[in-house]
Design a protein around this ligand. Structure first.
Ligand code: B16
Ligand code: MG
Length: 215
């Protein structure tokens, strides 16, 4: 395959913001009297903010109106943004900056394809903004992964056909989104979980151009 663009998920691939999501959702769940565990938090990875809240409310068997849910999600996001505003370049996951550098030097385009509406601030605080030719995130899409919208928009933004793109994803829904978009996908995590990915590595520190070219 002649790869022309690499599309990257953010949380779980480039940075580990799951820990900040967990802390802020946990604070909200505690206030609501819901027992929300780190195990439950796995279900929130790659999922939109509102869907995450719905999952937590489901766990606690709690019902809220649409207006109440908006307010709760906004409270969580205030706590979350307070934490990500303190993020540092050292928090970039091992090998991510190096791999971005490598593909860019090989003439391959790079785009972000994240569900997060906070990707701009995360990339700025970690010093990664300029590694991406295009940034598509939760502010640009109406359909969440596993819908391919975020990656199709990413491919379009870097003028590349989906068949010439490789997606890097840590969530099952993200792997499915990439495949639904007609792209190749490298799973970041465990092969036992990301069974549909074309290749699975434990992190971007285990990626190189040779592996990319085998896809
Ligand atoms: P926000 P990704 C996702 O990021 C997270 O994995 C998920 O836990 C979060 O709910 C979602 O972003 C929305 O984030 O509340 O900042 O808009 O993995 O798609 O980069
Ligand atoms: Mg992710």
């Amino acid at each position: 395959m002649n790869i022309k663009a690499c599309l990257f998920d953010l949380d779980g691939v480039i940075v580990d913001t799951a820990v900040y999501h967990f802390k802020s959702w946990k604070r909200l769940a505690d206030e609501l009297g819901i027992n929300f565990t780190e195990h439950d938090n796995e279900r929130l990875k790659g999922v939109s903010r509102m869907r995450s809240l719905d999952i937590i409310l489901e766990i606690g068997n709690v019902t809220k109106t649409a207006a109440e849910k908006e307010a709760l999600a906004a409270r969580k996001n205030d706590w979350y943004t307070e934490m990500i505003n303190k993020m540092k370049p050292e928090e970039v996951l091992p090998g991510a900056r190096e791999f971005l550098d490598l593909v860019r030097k090989a003439g391959i385009k790079t785009a972000l394809g994240s569900a997060s509406k906070n990707s701009g601030i995360i990339l700025e605080k970690t010093g990664l903004t300029h590694y991406f030719d295009a940034i598509i995130d939760g502010n640009h899409v109406s359909k969440a992964k596993p819908d391919p919208e975020v990656f199709l928009k990413g491919a379009e933004a870097v003028n590349t056909q989906p068949a010439d793109c490789v997606v890097f994803e840590d969530a099952i829904a993200g792997v499915e989104a990439a495949l639904a978009g007609g792209m190749k996908v490298v799973g970041i995590g465990s092969p036992a979980i990301l069974t549909k990915a074309n290749l699975v590595v434990s992190g971007l520190d285990k990626m190189n151009l040779d592996k990319l070219n085998t896809l």
